[in-house]
Design a protein around this ligand. Structure first.
Ligand SMILES: *[C@@H]1O[C@H](CO)[C@@H](O)[C@H](O)[C@H]1NC(C)=O
Length: 288
């Protein structure tokens, strides 16, 4: 009996340590407020707020560094007249050849639509913008913004609906983010020189402080510490792991949802901006 239970606990230990799943993570444990002199606050284990006023914005970052993952966060954006404000929520590595996966929410006058701006940087090169309107008011309630990042693709989703897929196009010579661990970052700042109607609408400081809220963070992800991935193997070969999301792709239903969003809500796509790329679109634009 003692033998059996120690075997069971040994197996349990193996399966727990091989698992990368973090369920209902605690903001106190997972994040550090990195700037803003008290304007960023962990209110309770499942609520964090950032604020912006005329003197400063604020920001936080994850303590963990991740190399691949399925990462969900619920955000409720600055309500009312949020013109000029930008809430950025992204993954980023360090150094001059950094990788980055971006959501940026560009505020607007009351009743006018936010823009959800997305970008993907690999090896320090971005210029891969896609922008969307949302099919709901992102300030009225919390909504889930997710990044699925595996060695084959990056999928941006909103409330489970994919809005963008960036495929690994290394076969065409385009680097893909797959070697550099990234932290989660978020910040709320003033960008009224460009954010709203291209900078035409300025921040109305009489509405300050502006506040964005975060809850329900979930990372089913490979955490890298001292060069080792929690998914096993070296940081660079986590793909050997059997986590389903590590090879997840869009099924037919999700592909249809993606087309629905792109048809009805996408307002800018660098891959169709022929004025910007007179010599031809970047190679990843042609990967099926
Ligand atoms: C703000 O509203 C205007 C008018 O509807 C729209 O053109 C613009 O795309 C909206 N969003 C931003 C961030 O400028």
């Amino acid at each position: 009996m003692a033998f059996i239970s120690s075997t069971v606990s040994f197996l349990l230990f193996i399966s727990l340590s091989a698992s990368s799943s973090l369920v209902s993570a605690n903001f106190y444990d997972e994040f550090d407020i990195t700037w803003g002199d008290g304007r960023g606050k962990v209110i309770n284990p499942d609520l964090l707020t950032l604020s912006l006023d005329k003197s400063s914005g604020s920001g936080f970052e994850s303590r963990n560094e991740y190399l691949f993952g399925k990462i969900d966060m619920q955000l409720k954006l600055v309500p009312g007249n949020s013109a000029g404000t930008v809430t950025a929520y992204y993954l980023s590595s360090k150094g001059s050849n950094w990788d980055e996966i971006d959501f940026e929410f560009l505020g607007n006058l009351s009743g006018d639509p936010y823009i959800l701006h997305t970008n993907v940087f690999s090896q320090g090169k971005g210029n891969r913008e896609q922008q969307f309107y949302l099919w709901f008011d992102p300030t009225a309630d919390f909504h889930t913004y997710s990044i699925l990042w595996n060695p084959q693709r990056i999928i941006f989703s909103v409330d489970g609906t994919p809005i963008r897929e960036f495929k690994n196009a290394e076969s065409t010579g385009v680097p893909f983010p797959k070697d550099q661990p990234m932290r989660i970052h978020s910040s709320l700042w003033n960008a009224d020189d460009w954010a709203t109607r291209g900078g035409l609408v300025k921040t109305d400081w009489s509405q300050a402080p502006f506040t964005a809220s975060y809850r329900n963070f979930k990372a089913d992800a490979c955490v890298v510490a001292s060069g080792k991935s929690s998914c096993g193997g070296s940081a660079a070969s986590s793909a050997g792991n059997n986590q389903a999301w590590l090879s997840e792709e869009l099924d037919n239903t999700k592909q249809e949802r993606l087309r629905w969003v792109q048809k009805n809500y996408m307002i800018y796509n660098y891959c169709s901006d022929s004025k910007r790329f007179p010599q031809g679109f970047p190679p990843e634009c042609n990967v099926a």
